[in-house]
Design a protein around this ligand. Structure first.
Ligand code: RB5
Length: 149
């Protein structure tokens, strides 16, 4: 299950994402928002992140104007590795090397075709695993736990 959330900047953009998820037959839960009133992106980043961190959702997709604010909020939730992506290479490597469990997209930055291309790559690429990548992802966790590296 994929957690999907956005602020007011991402409403139209989200429709494109939903079309892709439906094409790929990937189940999702749309947390909102769906009304154009101004809202606070941290709330939506947080809500999606909580579902991913708790294991209720496997991955999360969040959208705001730039992808930046909502990713910052999501990354404050323990266990979340949320990446802002504006290109396919970063999207692919964020899965292979960083095991990113959330992606943030900027509705005011990306066109819909590029966004869907990025998302498709991100959704279809598995974590490469292996000692080197696993160790580094684990180091991120250790920082989160307040450990010294
Ligand atoms: C809302 O105007 C805008 O600040 C928000 O969508 C996002 O870009 C924040 O990072």
């Amino acid at each position: 299950m994929i957690a999907l959330a956005n602020d007011h900047a991402g409403i139209e953009f989200k429709k494109e994402i939903i079309a892709l998820l439906e094409e790929l037959k990937l189940p999702y839960t749309d947390l909102g928002v769906n009304s154009p009133e101004s809202t606070d992106y941290p709330l939506w980043g947080y809500r999606a992140a909580r579902l991913v961190a708790s294991g209720e959702c496997d991955r999360g997709i969040v959208v705001c104007g730039t992808g930046v604010g909502i990713s910052l909020a999501a990354n404050k939730v323990r266990g979340i590795r949320c990446v802002v992506c504006t290109d396919c290479y970063s999207a692919k490597l964020s899965r292979e090397h960083n095991d990113a469990n959330m992606i943030a997209l900027g509705a005011r930055v990306l066109g819909p075709d590029l966004a869907k291309m990025i998302l498709r790559v991100w959704l279809e690429t598995p974590f490469a695993g292996g000692e080197r990548h696993t160790r580094r992802v684990h180091m991120i966790h250790r920082i989160e736990q307040g450990e010294e590296l």
